[in-house]
Ligand binder design. Structure first.
Ligand code: GTP
Length: 180
């Protein structure tokens, strides 16, 4: 049984990573957020799976690539956040973030990924159709969720899925045919 779970949020600038973390912790949408919040530890007894959980923010404005790579290698699960009203931020999930994470993690023990479409309060239409294509292509994506830091929709669910992806993975995280 795992001792604790380390969740890292990555994604393009301004998609709402910091807001998601702050909305989870304070149960209200923060009007003003810093580029990055310090690592947050949620004690075991208030998490759904009863495991201490660390949540780690990332900000391109404040961190070097080297710091990002270190966080990627320490993470047990990575949430790749895009904004549902920003198509470019979703394109970057496949053109930039997934390849970067795959390069930086051990092929035998891939970290589970969660695709997070934030700012669902701003659009009528869901991005799920595109996202399902992406999920079919990359087996390391454990699940996807659309949420809103602003109206607190699916926020606790998102962090629950992340915990669950580590403690009870469902996908084939080990892909023998990809081994060299
Ligand atoms: P970087 O620090 O640049 O990486 O940005 P970030 O991904 O941490 O985004 P941040 O939390 O700073 O949010 C960027 C902007 O989006 C802010 O103006 C937030 O208020 C806004 N925002 C974040 N989440 C939501 C949301 O769910 N809905 C709406 N409407 N706006 C949001």
């Amino acid at each position: 049984m795992k001792k604790d779970v380390r969740i890292l949020l990555v994604g393009e600038p301004k998609v709402g990573k910091t807001s998601l973390i702050m909305s989870l912790v304070s149960e209200e949408f923060p009007d003003v957020v810093p580029y990055k919040v310090e690592e947050i530890t949620i004690p075991a007894d208030v998490t759904p799976e009863r495991v201490p959980t660390h949540i780690v923010d990332y900000s391109e404005a404040e961190q070097t690539d080297e710091q990002l790579y270190q966080e990627i290698s320490k993470a047990n699960v990575i949430c790749i956040v895009y904004a549902v009203n920003n198509r470019k931020s979703l394109e970057k999930v496949t053109s930039h973030w997934i390849p970067l994470i795959n390069e930086r993690t051990d092929k035998d023990s891939r970290v589970p990924l969660i695709l997070v479409g934030n700012k669902s309060d701003l659009v009528e239409q869901s991005s799920m159709e595109t996202v399902l294509h992406v999920m079919n292509k990359y087996t390391e994506i454990e699940t996807c969720v659309e949420c809103s830091a602003k109206n607190l929709k699916n926020i606790s669910e998102l962090f629950y899925y992340a915990q669950k992806a580590v403690l009870h993975p469902t996908g084939p995280l080990y892909c023998p045919e990809r081994k060299q």
